[in-house]
Design a protein around this ligand. Structure first.
Ligand code: MG
Ligand code: MG
Length: 280
């Protein structure tokens, strides 16, 4: 049986640069709207406009049964929240996940925002910390990919970062287990799966041609989640807050390049002494 390689050619990697940048632009458009009073549907529309303006299409709209450009998950929702008439308030923690398909190739990325404005300072501090450690764990995973031998090294780096930056009082952050990162290319979701935690299996080889959507999903409490009655939204059982950060990342013969970051990941990788190299 023919089994498609998980490793892409240099030409295929080059085809993934533009959809990555368009995905980043859609999240920039979402970021520009983050203020009290905005609805999640308005954010979704802005993200879609940014994608369409660049001659691309939303790949989320290609997912069976899903009509929106983004998933927007608020407070105790971690991932897969559906945009709608929910009005965002100061202090809300909001994760936006978006993706673009351009000339048959895909990007996938997510960022978490705290809505500015007057809100309980302790709540804002806690949510800011949750988002910061989740983003930090993403960069730890991306940095690990640059030198990893196997996929399991990346998951271990993500979990290790979260443990090294634990909330204190003997507690840990929650790492979602049922939702994972993935390969990306012609399809938004491709093999292999990438676990955001240590596993007994070392997993597939990490080598040039691998493109991964690395996407830690982290909670301030238990990792236990349930799917809401809308059949999409994934929320925490204990009501704790969630955060989701994601980048599509290419490993190539010349090094690593974060496709969904305008700077290729230069800022995020600088603390690790890694300089990203453009896909050529
Ligand atoms: Mg995503
Ligand atoms: Mg993804």
């Amino acid at each position: 049986m023919f089994r498609k390689s998980i490793y892409k050619t240099p030409a295929q990697l080059r085809s993934m640069v533009e959809p990555g940048l368009i995905t980043a632009a859609s999240l920039d458009a979402a970021a520009a709207l983050m203020r009290p009073g905005v609805t999640t549907a308005e954010i979704d529309a802005a993200a879609n406009a940014a994608i369409v303006a660049r001659g691309a299409e939303s790949n989320f709209q290609m997912v069976r049964g899903y009509r929106h450009t983004t998933c927007i998950s608020v407070n105790d929702q971690v991932v897969h929240g559906i945009p709608g008439d929910r009005v965002l308030a100061a202090g809300d923690i909001v994760s936006v996940d978006s993706g673009a398909q351009f000339q048959g190739w895909n990007g996938d990325s997510a960022r978490t925002f705290i809505i500015p404005g007057e809100a309980d300072a302790d709540v804002v501090d806690a949510r800011t910390r949750l988002s910061d450690v989740t983003e930090g764990s993403l960069w730890a995973g991306i940095a690990a990919m640059a030198s990893a031998r196997h996929l399991g090294d990346i998951g271990a780096a993500i979990q290790g970062y979260l443990e090294d930056n634990a909330p204190g009082e003997g507690r840990d952050w929650g790492i979602l287990r049922e939702y994972v990162g993935h390969g990306i290319g012609r399809k938004m979701h491709e093999a292999p799966s990438l676990f955001n935690y240590r596993t007994p299996d070392r997993g597939a080889e990490v080598k040039p041609g691998l493109v991964l959507a690395i996407e830690p999903m982290v909670t301030a409490g238990s990792e236990d989640t349930f799917v809401e009655d809308d059949d999409w939204t994934v929320s925490t059982v204990d009501g704790s807050d969630g955060s989701h950060w994601e980048h599509s990342v290419a490993l190539h013969a010349g090094g690593i390049w974060v496709l969904t970051a305008e700077d290729g990941g230069a800022a995020g990788l600088a603390p690790y002494g890694i300089t990203p190299t453009p896909v050529a």
